[in-house]
Write a protein that binds this ligand. Structure first.
Ligand code: IMP
Length: 438
């Protein structure tokens, strides 16, 4: 199994970080291939808790290289802030990090422009993380006013680009708000030159590095950020992120062919959450949703926003598992559902009186979808100490089996708590005993 990938099957925050963390020591390289510092994960290491956004989850493992590949949009200041935070905790991780020279760079104008556009959208705002992700990707796709990591390593190229772009961006920002912020090209050049000086040793051609590593028999672990339903092409457009946040992005974002992936694991919470705007058919905008939010501590890692909560949407999850090419699923946070008399899983949508198991392409149709809920029994027991599937209460086993049946994929893992040991492994092949080490 040369490469493994872990992706989210919902609208992000599926606890992918825990699954990646479990698998990291069985791999040599962990790769982020899309998104940027809009993602968020919490890593516990050596008695400390680190909140990471852009750095791959594997960064704290000494023998594992972490790669920020070509498809990621990089805020150099955010990378350095995270590395410095780790250093403060006694972890010098800079020698394990590699950043693609082809990755696009986020500048202050991306963040300012996004804030302006979100304001203009008013009630139909996407509810972005305000990190300049979408505006940076827009320029990459538009091939205009785009700057890559390789560019900022050369001060002359950086200065020329910033001087060309800043006045145009200033006019755009002024059009949105004449009293808004001013861009200072000289200050930006100084700031980004300083970033480049520190990041220079880490910036390489990651595509060749990953392909060479594969040929050398090293094991790669791809870490998806956000979730498949936020995918720019296949997600709930326009309430999506601006990258290929499903399994579809791995090849384009890293340069590693899909055939190198031995197993694609799709992570889904035992329920569903969503941050930001957009339709959410199984949403529980009531006391039950609030109960799940509290039990699951459903507040954003990056923005601190309360997450919208609802029953597990098997229509959406099955859709994601199919188009992402998922082999098996990991069900996370099953323990959060303990204590309910009965539980519900959305098994179909009714749209304009028609029942369907397919995901509509138009948000307007998804907004009309009435969830068809399957009722299943709940369980009262505390399951956070259970490590074998057969020891789960019968109702919890039934819940897991029903999710597997509706999503049409086998279950690889079930997570019953935040710690590594709070994991029920149903597919032991995920943890091979031998691994190539550096
Ligand atoms: P953006 O990625 O900041 O452009 O935000 C676009 C949408 O994706 C918004 O609804 C965000 O809340 C959502 N989003 C972005 N990153 C994450 C994440 O890591 N988890 C969950 N939602 C996210």
């Amino acid at each position: 199994m040369p490469a493994t990938s872990v992706i989210g099957l919902q609208w992000g925050d599926e606890a992918k970080g825990k699954v990646v963390d479990l698998l990291t020591s069985h791999h040599d390289i962990v790769v982020r291939y899309q998104g940027g510092n809009n993602a968020g994960h919490t890593v516990k290491f050596g008695g400390r808790t680190y909140k990471l956004s852009l750095l791959p989850t594997g960064i704290l493992q000494q023998c594992v290289k972490s790669v920020i590949a070509t498809g990621v949009v990089v805020s150099p200041g955010a990378v350095l802030k995270e590395l410095d935070g780790l250093l403060e905790g006694g972890q010098d991780c800079s020698d394990r990090l590699l950043i693609s020279d082809r990755a696009h760079v986020i500048f202050p104008w991306h963040v300012l422009e996004e804030a302006g556009f979100e304001k203009l959208r008013g009630r139909s705002a996407i509810g972005t993380t305000m990190r300049g992700i979408g505006t940076c990707y827009r320029e990459k796709m538009g091939r205009f006013h785009a700057v890559r990591m390789g560019d900022i390593l050369d001060r002359d190229i950086l200065a020329a680009k910033v001087r060309e772009i800043s006045p145009i961006k200033q006019r755009l920002l002024d059009a949105v708000d004449p009293d808004g912020p001013r861009l200072n090209a000289d200050a930006i050049i100084e700031e980004y030159s300083a970033y480049a000086d520190r990041l220079r040793p880490m910036v390489i051609d990651t595509t060749s590095y990953l392909l060479d590593s594969l040929e050398q028999g090293k094991r790669l672990l791809f870490e998806g950020a956000q979730g498949s339903l936020l995918d720019i092409d296949h997600g709930t457009f326009p309430y999506v992120t601006s990258s290929s946040s499903s399994g579809c992005g791995i090849h384009s974002g890293s340069g590693v062919p899909e055939r190198a992936i031995g197993r694609m694991i799709g992570v889904a919470k035992a329920y569903t959450t969503r941050v930001g705007g957009g339709p959410f058919p199984s949403e529980l905008d009531n006391a039950v949703g609030e109960r799940i939010r509290r039990a699951g501590n459903e507040f954003g890692t990056v923005t601190g926003r309360p997450r919208r909560c609802g029953w597990l949407d098997a229509v959406a999850t099955r859709y994601s598992a199919r188009f992402s090419g998922v082999d098996g699923i990991a069900i996370a946070l099953l323990d959060v559902l303990s204590g309910f008399d009965e539980l519900y899983i959305c098994e179909a949508y009714e749209i304009d009186g028609n029942r369907t198991r397919d995901m509509p392409s138009r948000c307007e149709d998804l907004a009309k979808a009435v969830p068809v809920l399957r009722q299943v029994p709940g369980w009262k027991e505390d399951i956070t100490g259970i490590t074998r599937f057969e020891d789960l209460p019968a109702a919890a086993r039934m819940y897991v089996n029903t999710v597997s049946e509706l999503v049409e994929r086998p279950v690889d893992l079930v997570s019953v708590g935040p710690d590594r040991c709070q994991t029920i492994v149903l597919n032991p092949a995920l943890f091979p005993s031998e691994t190539v080490k550096h």
